[in-house]
Each structure stands twice: as C-alpha cells, then as structure tokens.
Write a protein that binds this ligand. Structure first.
Ligand code: PHE
Length: 340
C-alpha cells in the first residue's frame, strides 16, 4: 500500500515540479511533498509504527524517493535561476525614456577657436602661460614699478607664497616676457588665457575672465601693422568689414599706448543703443612694446620694435552673441550654454 503511495508521490512530484515557472512555485511543490507536513514526510513519520521488516523496505523506498525529489528540485532550481525571469524583466515600452543630455561648447571656447583659426591663417603661433604668476612676470618685468599706482589699474588677487610674491595673473601680458626670454625676433604670437581680477562683480565685471593677447616683434614693426592685422581679424571674426580706431591711453608696458575701438558690430557704425550712438565699441588695449620690457626679457635696448594688444574674450563674445551680462559665462547654467 505504502509502496504504491510512494511511487505515486514520486511521479506526482516529478510531474508537477516540471511545470513550475519560477523558484517560488517550485518551492511550493517541494513543500507539498517533502515539507514538514508533506505527503512523503507523513509516510516517513509513520515508519516507526511498522514492523522491522516493513520499516526497512518502506524506509529505503521513501528515503530514495526523497533523495530523488531533492535532487530534481535542486536541478530545477538551478535551471530557473539561470533563466531570465520574464516577469521581472518586463519593461513598459510606453514609459518615457531617460533623456541623454548632450553637452555643447562654451561661447568662450567658440570665440577662442575662431580667434585661433583666424590668427593661425595669418601665421601666428599660439602660446600659453601659467595662471598663477610671479609678481615679476605679472607686473615688474612689464614695467610696473614697485609701489607705482599703475598697479592699482588691476585689482589683484595676491597669493601667499613662501618665496616670491605670487598673484593670480591679472592679464595675459606676462606671457610676452616669458616667451621673449626663450625666443629671438622676429615672431608673432597670440596668447589666449584665463585671468583674474579682484572685482566687485556686476553685469560688466567678473572676477574670472578670459583674455587674448597678441604680440608681434621684429626690426621695424609699427602701429600701421597693428591696425591692419586688427582690421583683418575683426572683419573675419564678425564676418563683415570692420574698422579700428585708436585713442591715446596709458599702459606701463607699451609706449605709446592706445585704447582701441572697433566699428559697432550691432549697427555697423550707424549708431544704436549698444554703442550709445557713437558707432564705435571700446574693445581693448594696445601699444608699441616699451623698450624696458624688451630689456627685462633680455633683449638689447632699441634693437627691436613690436606691438602688443589685449582684450577680454567675454566682451567680444557678448558683442558677437548679444549677451547682456558677463556673469552668465561663469554661471555654469546649462540654459545659457545650450544656446550656442
Ligand atoms: N594687459 C592689458 C590689460 O589687461 C591690455 C593690453 C595688452 C594693453 C597689450 C596693451 C598691450 O588691461
């Protein structure tokens, strides 16, 4: 009687476990047969009531059946574990997807690239220098005498340092001297770079900004060369004919010095609110390299002539892209960046 029961329990299990589709239902099948109150367990529990002869016979059969069930269970469990659980893996294809944000180039980068493209085509070399500068390169070598009020033109971040006085460079001009120490004229270079001013920020002033410097040195470089190159550059940059206007000014490292204006890019010189009806926009500083700077760089006095100019990249980008507040550039606001 029990023999047949054992056989039917075994075949019952072997049939049912095959149909289980996941580990949970497989486990339920197992419990049904060999769990604490499982059908086979019941038989095993009753063994003690049987005669020695029967106990041996039934016991062997029942234990064999249990081992077989356990084995089949383990094998199936492994199989199910390796299998993809479609219930869990189900995806709702109608759900909105995750948006992949695509970056874009910062307007300062765009302007840099454009500047580098135009100047490379005119045979200029692109040179860079450190953002943390010594007092010597940032000021003294550029003919800013120690304690001279000209230093106040540039509000400086001084950096504590054990040896030399260090500053976060206030302009890209120190690269002039750094370059000249290593090279002999003639040469023409441009220097793009980040600069810092200890500035109370507003729509027109930022503490961290970018500049661009040009330096051309040779035996008889003159202001006319500067005007020509500047006109070529601004015309290429704005994609229309631009003019240049020089006004006398002062920088310790140039003599004579100028502020220079370009044709208003908005109204092409006709007069508008941006240029306050002047038709011109102030853009940067320029001048013939002061002989003291050549001497600081190790050149003989009065042997060479050169011009230098410099201006803010953000200012130029603001004109080109009609940006109304310089603080956008360092804001890290993607809504701003994505417009370019
Ligand atoms: N370095 C000057 C500034 O930042 C600009 C300048 C560069 C002026 C080169 C003259 C020549 O204000």
């Amino acid at each position: 009687m029990d023999k047949e029961k054992i056989a039917s329990i075994k075949s019952g299990f072997l049939e049912e476990y095959q149909n289980s589709r996941n580990e949970k239902s497989l486990y339920e099948v197992k419990v049904k047969y060999v769990g604490r109150n499982g059908e086979l367990t019941k038989i095993l529990k009753k063994l003690k009531n049987l005669s020695a002869e029967e106990r041996k016979q039934i016991g062997t059969l029942a234990n064999e059946a249990r081992r077989e069930i356990e084995k089949a269970y383990e094998a199936r469990k492994k199989e199910l574990g390796e299998r993809i659980d479609w219930e869990k893996e189900k995806i709702d294809v109608t759900l909105p997807g995750k948006k992949v944000e695509i970056g874009s180039l910062h307007p300062v980068t765009l302007v840099y690239r454009e500047i580098e493209r135009v100047f490379s085509s005119m045979g200029f070399e692109i040179v860079e220098g450190p953002e943390l500068e010594t007092d010597w390169y940032n000021f003294t070598s550029l003919n800013f005498p120690f304690d001279h009020p000209a230093r106040d033109m540039q509000d400086t971040f001084w950096v504590k340092s054990p040896k030399e006085k260090m500053v976060l460079r206030t302009h890209t001009s120190p690269v002039q001297v750094r370059y000249m120490e290593k090279r002999k004229p003639p040469f023409r270079i441009i220097v793009p770079g980040r600069v810092f001013r200890n500035e109370a920020t507003d729509a027109k002033h930022e503490h961290t900004l970018h500049q661009f410097e040009a330096l051309v040195v040779g035996d008889d470089v003159n202001v006319g060369n500067f005007k020509y190159i500047a006109k070529e550059f601004f015309s290429a940059f704005f994609g229309k004919k631009m003019d240049i206007r020089l006004r006398p000014s002062f920088f310790p490292f140039t003599e004579p010095s100028f502020e220079f204006d370009i044709t208003c890019a908005i109204c092409s010189g006709k007069g508008c609110t941006t240029c306050k009806n002047a038709g011109w926009l102030e853009i940067g500083g320029a001048g013939m390299v002061n002989q003291n700077v050549f001497v600081a760089a190790g050149y003989p006095r009065n042997k060479y002539q050169g011009f230098a100019w410099g201006f803010g990249i953000e200012r130029l980008a603001m004109m080109k892209y009609k940006i109304d507040d310089i603080r956008w550039f360092e804001s890290g606001d993607l809504r701003f960046i994505k417009q370019f």
